[in-house]
Structure formats: structure tokens, C-alpha cells
Design a protein around this ligand. Structure first.
Ligand SMILES: Nc1ncnc2c1ncn2[C@@H]1O[C@H](COP(=O)(O)OP(=O)(O)OP(=O)(O)O)[C@@H](O)[C@H]1O
Ligand SMILES: [Mg+2]
Length: 261
């Protein structure tokens, strides 16, 4: 069981997109996965998926101590993973105590192989607690210096709360002149680059349909790279064409799902 916090210094670099799609990609590999929207002030995850019916109880109520059993706030999705959404009201945000996140996550660890915490940008109590609650942190950055330097700050904050960095993901790469190369980012952050995700119009299209891009457009450039990273996290061998899962692997994933249900 691993709790990964998806974090960045700068806002809008792709944390929520990555957490959502990584959740779906890990589920496709047969891993029981939960994605928690820990961005309790500016929740977005719920806007990126279609849920047949949404639980009325959200992370706001959980963090306000209003819920006996945290599982009351968990929604199943048709993409494999479960999600625990944040509320969107300002009142709910004010009542939520981020410190209660640890207790909530601890109650869920036995249910899942992966728990992904989508965190808010910046340095605040709301962003520090998910770092502190994680087993390891996955940093997300865009290939520009301001984004990388802010990510460096998040790396330092991770050190302060004594958690480990699993690696960094470089997102929205266009191959434009002036972009920082993955090797340069690795050098600046002194952190392994887990993967490079291109800027891909299919991500935008998938958001409009409220479906993860790895589900809607599994062969798209961004989806392929995200699935490649999922295989790394799931400790599966990467193949030549890691965008496609092999027959044996899919069979294994299906088998895992059956034996767990
Ligand atoms: N690889 C990509 N290609 C194209 N668009 C992308 C890609 N990744 C993310 N986006 C888009 O970038 C925008 C910001 O993404 P997202 O909301 O995931 O960022 P975030 O880091 O969670 O932001 P915040 O800090 O506000 O929570 C969204 O419109 C999303 O669709
Ligand atoms: Mg976000």
C-alpha cells in the first residue's frame, strides 16, 4: 500500500489531471486505487468525472469531524478507481480541519494498493498536510524555470515534513524552443524524472466529456505517457510500446480485480 501525494509549487501545472488519470491507469492495471481531492479550497476533481450518483458527504464533512465512517464519503467510478471528493462551499472549507486528513487516510489504507492525494498548489497548511500524510511525493512541473523553481520549494517542504520524493513528472511539454529539457529539470531538482507528458489537446477534450483521457483516448500521446508512469509505480516492466498493455498483463489485471471483489 502506498500513499502518493501529487504536489507542485505553482498552480495549474496538471496535478488534478495527473491524479485522476493515474488513478484510472493504475486501476486498469488491476490495482485498487483511491484518489482523494485534498484541494479543499479549490476542488476540481469532481468537475473532471461523471459520477452516476455523488455522495452528499465530502472531504469537508470528514475534516470537520461530522462523519463517523470516512467510507461514507467514497464514490465508486466507472473508470475503476474510487474517489473521495472535496466540497466546494467556502463555509465547508472554513469548517474543515486539514489536520484530520491523516486520521481519514489511516482508516483507508488497508482497502487500497494506491491512494493518490491531489493537493493544492503553494505553501499553506492545506498543501503541507497532504505532503506530511504521504508515503512518497510525486512532484509535477511544467518545463519552465518559474515552475521548476516553485517545485523546488515543494521539494524542500517535503524534506521539512520528512517525507520522500518518488520523482517528478514534467507535464505539458510542447517541444518549444526555450523549454527546459527533462535532463536539466532532473539536474535542477536533483530528483528523477518519472515521465514526460506532452501538451495534448486530447486532455482538454477529455475534460469536456468528464472522462479521464487514459479512458477516453487511451492511444493519445498524453495517455500513453501517463500509462507508462503507472506501470513504473505499479512496478511492472515497461515494454517497447508502453501505451498498450499486453494481453497477459490485462488478464492479470482482470484476475486481480476478480480476486479482490
Ligand atoms: N498534458 C496536458 N495537455 C494539455 N492540457 C493539460 C495537460 N495537463 C493538464 N492540462 C490542462 O491544464 C489545466 C490545469 O490542469 P489541472 O487542473 O490538472 O492543474 P492543477 O495543477 O491541478 O491546478 P491547481 O493548482 O489549480 O489545482 C487544465 O485545463 C487541464 O485540462
Ligand atoms: Mg488541481
Amino acid at each position: 500500500m502506498t500513499v502518493y501525494t501529487i504536489a507542485s509549487g505553482k498552480g495549474g501545472v496538471g496535478k488534478t489531471t495527473f491524479a485522476l488519470n493515474m488513478g484510472a491507469a493504475l486501476s486498469e492495471l488491476g490495482m485498487r486505487t483511491l484518489v482523494i481531492d485534498c484541494d479543499i479550497g479549490m476542488a476540481n476533481l469532481g468537475l473532471m468525472i461523471n459520477l452516476e450518483s455523488k455522495k452528499i458527504v465530502s472531504l469537508h464533512e470528514v475534516l470537520a469531524g461530522k462523519v463517523e465512517d470516512v467510507s461514507e464519503a467514497i464514490n465508486q467510478t466507472s473508470y475503476g478507481m474510487d474517489v473521495l471528493l472535496s466540497g466546494i462551499s467556502i463555509r465547508g472549507f472554513k469548517q474543515a480541519d486539514p489536520e484530520k486528513l491523516r486520521e481519514a487516510v489511516e482508516k483507508l489504507v488497508d482497502e487500497y494498493e494506491f491512494i493518490l492525494l491531489d493537493s493544492p498548489a503553494g505553501i499553506s497548511k492545506e498543501s503541507m498536510v497532504p505532503l506530511a500524510v504521504s508515503d512518497e511525493v510525486i512532484l509535477i512541473t511544467n518545463p519552465e524555470l518559474p515552475s521548476v523553481t516553485d517545485t523546488l520549494k515543494t521539494k524542500l517542504m517535503t524534506g521539512i515534513v520528512e517525507r520522500k520524493i518518488r520523482g517528478t513528472v514534467v507535464n505539458r511539454v510542447m517541444g518549444a524552443k526555450g523549454e527546459l529539457a527533462a535532463s536539466k529539470i532532473e539536474e535542477l531538482l536533483e530528483v528523477e524524472v518519472l515521465g514526460v507528458i506532452p501538451n495534448d489537446i486530447n486532455v482538454t477534450k477529455a475534460v469536456a466529456f468528464k472522462v479521464p483521457v487514459v479512458v477516453r483516448m487511451p492511444g493519445s500521446p498524453a495517455a500513453k505517457r501517463i500509462k507508462e508512469i503507472a506501470r513504473k509505480l505499479a512496478k511492472l516492466e515497461t515494454s517497447e510500446d508502453s501505451g498498450k498493455y499486453g494481453f497477459v498483463e490485462r488478464l492479470l489485471g482482470a484476475f486481480r480485480k476478480i480476486t479482490k471483489s
